[in-house]
Design a protein around this ligand. Structure first.
Ligand code: AMP
Length: 302
């Protein structure tokens, strides 16, 4: 694996090799199995696999965790080496944003709701850095996680609107055994906070169960999820039910809707989402007792 820190060198390599097919996984480092699932798919589907690590300052708002964002370069490098990544692109902030940098890439409506409402500069920063990385790395496919669902939708739109000839692949969220979505920010959680954190996923499965029981009204579902979560979290930024394509809030659950949550466990802001399906499709992670049916300790229903 070659480590490249200069844009000019990365671009030279990319222009030479792009005709053979470059797959690309952009990350901010502090890598975990969620990132590695993207790397593995990228490795499998492309002649070359490029990963980047860049903690992008422009997507952090004032008072957010840019300074404290976990940086674990040596461990990340070892993981990527093991996954047989060809190139690790690892530029510094000055390299990416030299003096005089002025350009913004703004995706409008898709970036306004959900995380965009609480983090007003976030998606402008994400879209600009991903557009830059696409031009530098010249991939034919780029890999993103459904864990950051809104980000994936914003990038898909940006790539389409700006005619990047790149296939955007969005892969499922990888979870810990207890259901918590893997995230670099999970490192911030204290032990008691870590024990509470899987309740975010559990609250979404609860919504899926209520839907199975026939509750399709989005307001009622959001209220129920809120009641479930509130005792355990410091703050809820949003619990939202939206159309997975245009991210507009829905009043009633359609065939497929996206349930998205952002909340604080202690001081750590975590996000997660699942698709709610009608009629219910996915198996619950923890099979919850259905209404009118008790589950005994031995797992047998009465
Ligand atoms: P980040 O380093 O947080 O910017 O994430 C880099 C990429 O990894 C993004 O496309 C994320 O959506 C994706 N990712 C982060 N966590 C997960 C996860 N638990 N499962 C799948 N993909 C993830």
């Amino acid at each position: 694996m070659k480590i490249i820190t200069r844009i000019s060198q990365m671009q030279r390599w990319a222009l030479k090799h792009r005709s053979q097919g470059i797959g690309f996984v952009p990350t901010m480092g502090a890598l975990h199995d969620g990132h590695l699932s993207l790397v593995r798919a990228c490795r499998k589907e492309n002649r070359f696999c490029v990963a980047s690590i860049f903690v992008n300052p422009s997507q952090f708002g004032p008072g957010e965790d840019l300074k404290n964002y976990p940086r674990t370069f040596s461990a990340d490098k070892a993981l990527l080496l093991k996954e047989k990544v060809d190139i690790l692109f690892y530029p510094g902030a000055r390299e990416m944003y030299p003096d005089g940098f002025q350009t913004e890439v703004r995706v409008k409506e898709l970036a306004h709701g959900l995380c965009g409402a609480c983090r007003p500069v976030h998606f402008t920063g994400v879209a600009a850095v991903v557009a830059k990385l696409f031009n530098i790395v010249q991939p034919s496919r780029a890999y993103f996680g459904a864990k950051d669902y809104q980000q994936a939708v914003v990038i898909k739109r940006m790539a389409q609107d700006l005619n990047f000839p790149i296939g955007i692949r969005v892969l499922d969220t990888v979870r810990e055994k207890d259901g918590l979505a893997m995230s670099s920010r999970n490192k911030y959680l204290s032990r008691p906070e870590r024990m509470k954190a899987p309740l975010i996923y559990l609250s979404m499965l609860y919504a899926q169960e209520l839907l199975r029981d026939g509750i399709k009204d989005a307001r009622k579902l959001k209220e129920a999820v809120g009641e479930f979560l509130r005792p355990f979290v410091a703050k809820i930024d949003y619990i939202e039910l939206v159309c997975p394509e245009n991210l507009r809030p829905v009043a009633t659950i359609g065939r497929v809707s996206l349930l998205a949550i952002a909340c604080y466990i202690g001081k750590t802001r975590l996000i997660d989402n699942i698709t709610l399906t009608l009629p219910a499709g996915r198996q619950a992670f923890f099979p919850l007792p259905r209404r009118g049916r008790e589950v005994r300790g031995d797992g047998e229903g009465t």
